[in-house]
Design a protein around this ligand. Structure first.
Ligand SMILES: [Zn+2]
Length: 360
């Protein structure tokens, strides 16, 4: 059986290293791809990337289709005299899984491999064997024998890092795992929608936006929505999923492989727009795309701050369920990604008038 058509590009995208605040490799890739499908592409001083396909009707809604570029990671805070690195977290990697992870430190254009140190199991006594090391105990070992050697390799305070590991296809044709699934999967959806709508004559203007600094508080999206002034926000992002032996339906009822997620609400944030949500459901039914309607009590996305930035946009989140959220090996079902792409594409085609957004 041939590989899933989305697999190769997702592998390329997840191999890019772009922690919060250092999103350049992903922005460069997205800029090149969006330039092929859109008439105007630009970047703001903050880093957010914009690409426009103009609609034929100035009264039709301006639709912002968006995903974030950044991934969770690490940042060196201090190089010890013995060459080990102290570090802080960029975004919120799951602290429980940090010891023993492979990482890549991004030092001045060089990729330096390292591992997060772990005390030998042989000497762990009592409770220590079960506890997560405190922030000040954690360190990265890059093999340097001294501060001078680490410095020679370009390591200094402020140098970032990310989890390391190739995208891996399981024996299941559609199921993959690896780093940065959050949110290269969403970004690939944005790129694909732009490509598919490139030759379409549509009333609505499509604004494709790749945001920065999502993982540290949904920051880039707030700026981006101010720039675009959208009428509609369609944010595509990954969402922590249940369906594993350790996460029951009472906690996270949605699962991978059962279709894209449509959020009714997200925690501490967005109440999605009723008419927009209904339209997405209708489109999904018509195109026979299975979907999962969810009340997200765990996660929040760029849609929340983007909507707050203008106050006037109808917002919706198209979620991609993924297991092992914010670890080094998030798992995704490519069937869900396929469904999300078609769902967004077809919804954008149907949004021909602001009347579609009326709540009365
Ligand atoms: Zn995300």
């Amino acid at each position: 059986m041939p590989d899933h058509p989305l697999l190769a590009e997702l592998a390329r995208l997840t191999a890019l290293n772009a922690p919060v605040g250092f999103e350049e490799p992903v922005l460069a890739y997205a800029r090149e791809e969006l330039s092929k499908a859109c008439e105007t592409v630009w970047q703001d001083v903050r880093g957010n990337l914009y690409a426009i396909q103009s609609g034929s009707d100035a009264d039709a809604p301006n639709i912002m289709v968006t995903a974030h570029a950044d991934e969770i990671g690490f940042m060196v805070t201090h190089v010890r005299p013995d060459g080990f690195l102290r570090f802080t977290l960029l975004g919120f990697p799951t602290e429980q899984v940090l010891p023993g992870q492979r990482v890549t430190i991004l030092a001045d254009g060089r990729e330096i491999p390292g591992v997060i140190g772990v005390r030998p199991g042989h000497i762990l006594k009592g409770d220590e064997a079960r506890r997560v090391p405190a922030a000040e105990e954690r360190y990265i070992d890059i093999g340097a024998v001294s501060h001078a050697e680490a410095t020679e390799w370009g390591i200094e305070p402020g140098v970032p890092g990310v989890f390391h590991g190739p995208l891996t296809l399981t024996a299941h044709h559609d199921r993959i795992f690896g780093k940065a699934i959050d949110n290269r999967a969403g970004l690939l959806a944005v790129l694909e929608v732009a490509r598919r709508l490139n030759d379409e004559q549509l009333p609505a203007t499509r604004s494709y936006v790749v945001t920065v600094e999502e993982e540290i508080g949904l920051r880039g999206a707030f700026v981006a929505a101010g720039e675009i002034q959208p009428d509609v926000i369609l944010a595509i992002d990954t969402v922590p999923a249940g369906g594993t032996p350790d996460v029951g339906p009472e906690q996270l009822p949605w699962q991978i492989g059962k279709g894209p997620l449509l959020k009714v609400r997200e925690t501490q944030g967005l109440s999605t727009h009723g008419p927009l949500r209904s339209l997405l459901r209708k489109v999904a039914d018509h195109a026979e795309i299975p979907y999962q309607l969810i009340v997200d009590t765990a996660g929040i996305t760029d849609a929340s701050t983007a909507q707050q930035a203008t106050g006037k946009a109808a917002a919706m989140v198209i979620g991609l369920a993924r297991r092992y959220s914010h670890s080094a090996i998030e798992m995704l079902d490519l069937g869900d990604l396929d469904g999300a792409i078609t769902l967004v594409e077809e919804t954008v085609k149907r949004l021909t008038s602001r009347e579609h957004l009326s709540r009365l």
